[in-house]
Design a protein around this ligand. Structure first.
Ligand SMILES: [Zn+2]
Length: 424
């Protein structure tokens, strides 16, 4: 498949963060040329803002089925009366339906890579591969029976999952021990053994709430980051979701270890966790900082544009300092920083890179006048400004329309799954 994007503003996210006015030619999954180009192509696009596809580093894709189900409750009540009873009923077809809906929303709003963690991860991985989404698929390890299997089967099935998906172009298998409060030291140890054996990424919730920090401290004598480190899991292949209640010393330890922090400002605010990843201190320590939406049950969207805006605003507001987190830093978190951490040859628009590329409507009313494109992307744009989405060189959205995706069938299937789960 070949794609020619003409007469567009290119937010390259290259080393110099250049903004170019140029054409982009894509073929066989790669960005082949940037410049003045006149050649034929299967897809022609013009007059756009072109930028790297967004990377959502923490989500639970099928939880879109629980969007808006049980809002405005305290966290414990929300989990116990709403989320867990529904999750206990989940079957494979619900997961497939929810995953498709989540992928549809992510593509519509410009996400080209997601880092997922849930149950039935093999269903999620297969669905994402078929859909054409790049997915780091996290197989959950937890000390309870899951809706999918008994707890004793989780580690061997995770190992099978790692073997099955290694070498896939779009899917990267990930080990996802849920958290230090839901995983015993033995489970964390097993996760580490698998990480070493398969050189795999680990994705774990870390210090999301204050009560989690004190519960883990009381039970194990260590706070969550130290508990993760004690089992060899604080390393350059580990992604720590949230880190909302970490100390300045923990910031330095995480930075030294090279683990990635995933900041989820919208979910943290909606669940009223009080704390969120301390970006200014993380930046100062040169930590890897990335962005996620978390699941749609606690967001309630998978729109990374909204998450970028909140990521900037929450810190400015809290620290009484409008200079503290800048638009360019936030855009880096959602693109090149995440790609570099993942070892993914994408995250910027440069010749030779994998073509994970999105475009925005350059004439959208909320993006005019065009003073500063990076500012517009972070503060003014919405996911619904996205016009074209290209993943691995394949067009999934063209001029706002899905290509090769049955939109209505996905919407109907999601509504059917919701009726089956909630009964209304
Ligand atoms: Zn989460």
């Amino acid at each position: 498949m070949s794609i020619l994007i003409k007469d567009s503003k290119i937010v390259t996210q290259d080393e110099k963060r250049r903004i170019l006015h140029a054409d982009v030619y894509i073929e066989d999954g790669r960005i082949i040329e940037i410049g003045k180009i006149s050649t034929e192509a299967d897809f022609k696009i013009k007059n756009r803002i072109v930028m790297p596809g967004l990377i959502n580093m923490h989500t639970h894709v099928p939880m879109v089925l629980l969007r808006g189900y049980g809002d405005d409750l305290l966290l414990e009540e929300w989990l116990q009366t709403k989320i867990w009873p529904i999750e206990a009923k989940l079957k494979e077809w619900h997961i497939a339906a929810g995953t498709k809906l989540g992928l549809l929303e992510m593509v519509a709003t410009g996400t080209t890579t997601c880092n997922d963690m849930y149950f039935f991860e093999d269903v999620i991985a297969s669905t994402a591969e078929k859909f054409g989404m790049r997915c780091y698929a996290g197989f959950s390890l937890i000390d309870f029976d899951t809706p999918e299997m008994k707890r004793e089967k989780l580690v061997p099935c995770c190992e099978e999952f790692l073997k099955k998906w290694s070498g896939s172009e779009l899917i990267t298998p990930v080990i996802a021990p849920h958290s230090t409060y839901a995983c015993s030291p033995e489970t964390l140890q097993k996760a580490r053994e698998l990480q070493e054996k398969y050189n795999a990424f680990v994705h774990i919730h870390c210090s999301e709430t204050r009560s989690e920090v004190y519960d883990v401290l009381k039970k194990y004598g260590r706070r969550p980051p130290a508990q993760i480190a004690a089992h060899g899991l604080l390393n350059e292949k580990t992604m720590l979701a949230h880190c909302g209640w970490i100390t300045k010393e923990e910031v330095k330890e995480i930075a030294r270890a090279g683990a990635a922090v995933v900041h989820n400002p919208v979910s943290n605010m909606k669940l009223a966790t009080g704390g969120y990843a301390p970006l200014p201190e993380l930046f100062e320590a040169n930590a890897v900082v990335t962005l996620g939406t978390d699941g749609a049950a606690s967001n309630n969207k998978l729109d990374m544009f909204e998450t970028m805006k909140f990521a900037a605003l929450i810190h400015k507001h809290h620290r009484w300092d409008a200079t503290i987190v800048k638009a360019q830093q936030v855009l880096d978190m959602a693109t090149i920083n995440a790609a570099k951490f993942l070892g993914l040859n994408a995250g910027s628009i440069e010749e030779g890179k994998i073509a994970d590329v999105i475009t925005l409507d350059a004439r959208a009313v909320n993006l005019i006048p065009s003073h500063n494109i990076v500012s517009h992307i972070v503060y003014a744009a919405s996911g619904f400004n996205v016009k074209d989405v290209i993943i691995n060189g394949k067009v999934l959205l063209h001029d706002g329309n899905f290509v090769g995706v049955d939109y209505d069938a996905i919407i109907d299937e999601a509504e059917k799954a919701k009726e089956d789960l909630v009964g209304e």
